[in-house]
Design a protein around this ligand. Structure first.
Ligand code: EPU
Length: 339
């Protein structure tokens, strides 16, 4: 596929090319094609909304795009099972379920990308992760075209992780995802500024739609719209350090922002580390550290994949030197260079 065509398929808006690009509109079509063509999983890359990708130069792979639409509902009294095709836009799913009065996705509003990609890194925001409402997913095995269902347990979810980033990386194409939502609201307001924003709205009773509106407001104020400024959301993961390491850091940097994971571990806000390292708003050519949220790298126009990668390496190096903490990419890096 030509460089300009692939630019539209990654939210960084970067020019890159690949060996071929094939779009499938249904699971049956995809499964039959793979059964006939027997693809080598190492030669294939599955592209969804392209919102968590850094493409570099030519990618010598066949790209497969599962553009499977459709949302169906199974009413089970107070709960509803929602099955959405991999190609459904995530935020459209959030809005549609909220409109129907089904709750659970409100904190995950405005996350870019498609449904099929959501389980891969167990997307999360404002105190909720996909795993909290996930039931199962359907997938097709690349090597055979066989269809298979993965249960919650089989997905092995953790922070920004699932088995599809681990031992099964690159082996399956997710075709649909089933979630369990509720007709009864159970608002989660304790993460970050949600409660503050809602208090400012000064409402007597709060609905999940209000929470969604607050999340949209917070995200829009910090995270750049990929249609206006190329980016892939958080470029880095928040590093997880031992409690001992956290205590040492806190002694040297009393203002350090970190959250307790369990008795042994703390999650450090990488955005804080990057900002304190003096890199918020830093620019290398057309590649930049976002001015409002240091965890996000942006393409000011003509940055290449390599430019973004060079900036990311610089950021990581400076943070390591100052804090002795290693930060690693959350985005998938693909092409002529690796992390
Ligand atoms: N902070 C700074 N400077 C910055 C950015 C952050 O000091 O430039 C500090 C602030 O003190 C803030 C803390 O870091 O209180 C945490 O920041 P924020 O709440 O914005 O969240 P984050 O840790 O930067 C994570 C996710 C986001 C998600 C938000 C909200 C990761 C890698 N990122 O960001 O997810 O939207 O929490 O839940 O876990 C994404 O994955 O692409 C993404 C945007």
């Amino acid at each position: 596929m030509s460089k300009t065509a692939l630019k539209k398929f990654n939210s960084f808006g970067i020019e890159a090319s690949c060996d071929s690009f094939t779009t499938f509109k249904s699971e049956a079509e995809l499964s039959n094609w793979l059964a006939e063509n027997k693809k080598n999983p190492n030669k294939v890359f599955v592209i969804g909304g392209g919102s968590n990708l850094l493409l570099i130069g030519h990618i010598p792979l066949e790209f497969i795009h599962a553009d499977i639409q459709g949302i169906s509902y199974q009413d089970n009294g107070n709960d509803v099972l929602v099955k959405a095709g991999a190609g459904v836009n995530w935020h459209q799913l959030v809005l549609e379920t909220l409109d129907k009065g089904y709750f659970g996705l409100e904190n995950l509003s405005l996350i870019p990308g498609n449904v099929g990609a959501a389980p891969i890194q167990n997307i999360g925001a404002y105190g909720v992760e996909l795993k909290d409402i996930f039931v199962e997913l359907d997938a097709v095995e690349i090597a055979t075209g066989d269809r298979i269902t993965f249960s919650h347990q089989e997905c092995d979810f953790a922070y920004r992780y699932s088995i599809f980033k681990g031992s099964l990386k690159g082996q399956y194409i997710i075709t649909s995802v089933t979630l369990k939502l509720s007709k009864l609201a159970d608002l989660k307001l304790d993460y970050g500024p949600i409660r503050k924003v809602l208090t400012e709205a000064n409402k007597e009773t709060l609905s999940p739609k209000d929470v969604s509106d607050a999340v949209i407001k917070i995200r829009s104020s910090k995270l750049p719209d990929p249609n206006e400024l190329g980016n892939a959301g958080s470029f880095f993961k928040n590093p997880i350090v031992t409690t001992e390491k956290y205590a040492l850091l806190k002694e040297t940097f009393p203002e350090l922002v970190a959250f307790k994971v369990d008795d042994n571990r703390y999650k450090v806000a990488a955005g804080w580390l990057i900002e304190q390292a003096g890199l918020k708003g830093y620019r290398l050519g057309d590649a930049g550290v976002h001015k409002q949220q240091a965890l996000v790298l942006v393409n000011y126009g003509d940055a290449s994949g390599k430019d973004i990668l060079n900036l990311a390496r610089h950021v990581s190096k400076v943070v390591l030197e100052k804090f002795t903490v290693t930060i690693e990419p959350e985005v998938w890096i693909l092409g002529e260079a690796t992390w």
